[in-house]
Ligand binder design. Structure first.
Ligand SMILES: C[S@@+](CC[C@H](N)C(=O)[O-])C[C@H]1O[C@@H](n2cnc3c(N)ncnc32)[C@H](O)[C@@H]1O
Length: 202
């Protein structure tokens, strides 16, 4: 099964409140976004799935919001939940490892997507795209499984990171602003240790 098929099945077969990464309130992501940029900034959530982050941003006055996901089913579910508020958001169905141009966004956020990129070429493509997309002074906020997290997520192997190894993936284009550990508890009660790192585009 390829990557896209995997995610289409995940979002077709499961309620979005039952998937392991479900959060009723994406508090940590929001607090890091708020610190990085005021609401005038433009924002893209990479692999946003059915996250509650877009509506939290809308609630707090963010207006230029985009969500990209490989799964059309995830995007359809998120749009249905948001109803007419979905129209305020730009929705993109694409594999981030195949996208060449996203335009410019002041904040690039990714919770639990980069860690699925096992192939160094995919990670290189991702990092180069992020560097082309985020202008100087903009921010990249990445949350991945930490070294003491499980080795798999959604039944797929993941790469686990700390701030230094994550910074290594983005080379000299981004400098670390801050890092935060975060313990996520899945809906079935399993602990997953995350590391969130905010970078600034040099
Ligand atoms: C573990 S979920 C996290 C979802 C969301 N970020 C959240 O915090 O609720 C991973 C998400 O990344 C998406 N995804 C996985 N690989 C991707 C890729 N190569 N390009 C774009 N999206 C991808 C999946 O469809 C899924 O929605």
């Amino acid at each position: 099964m390829n990557r896209k098929e995997h995610w289409e099945i995940v979002y077709t077969k499961n309620k979005d409140t039952e998937v392991g990464w479900y959060q009723a309130d994406p508090e940590i992501s929001f607090s890091l976004i708020e610190k990085a940029s005021p609401s005038q900034g433009s924002f893209i959530d990479i692999g946003g799935g059915t996250s509650r982050l877009p509506e939290k941003l809308l609630d707090h006055g963010y207006e230029k919001i985009a969500v990209l996901d490989i799964s059309a089913a995830a995007v359809a579910k998120a749009k249905a939940r948001l109803a007419e508020r979905a129209e305020a958001i730009q929705w993109l169905v694409a594999d981030i490892t195949e996208v060449e141009d996203l335009g410019a966004f002041d904040i690039w956020h990714d919770r639990a997507v980069f860690h699925f990129l096992l192939n160094p070429e995919d990670r290189k493509h991702y990092a180069e795209l992020a560097a082309r997309t985020v202008p100087s002074g903009g921010h990249l906020i990445i949350g991945t499984f930490a070294h003491d997290a499980p080795t798999r997520c959604s039944g797929l192997d993941v790469c686990r990171y700390d701030a230094a190894s994550l910074a290594n993936e983005f080379g000299n284009d981004f400098g670390i602003v801050e890092e935060q550990s975060h313990l996520h508890i899945t809906p079935t009660g399993k602990p997953q240790q995350f590391i969130f790192v905010t970078f600034e585009r040099v």
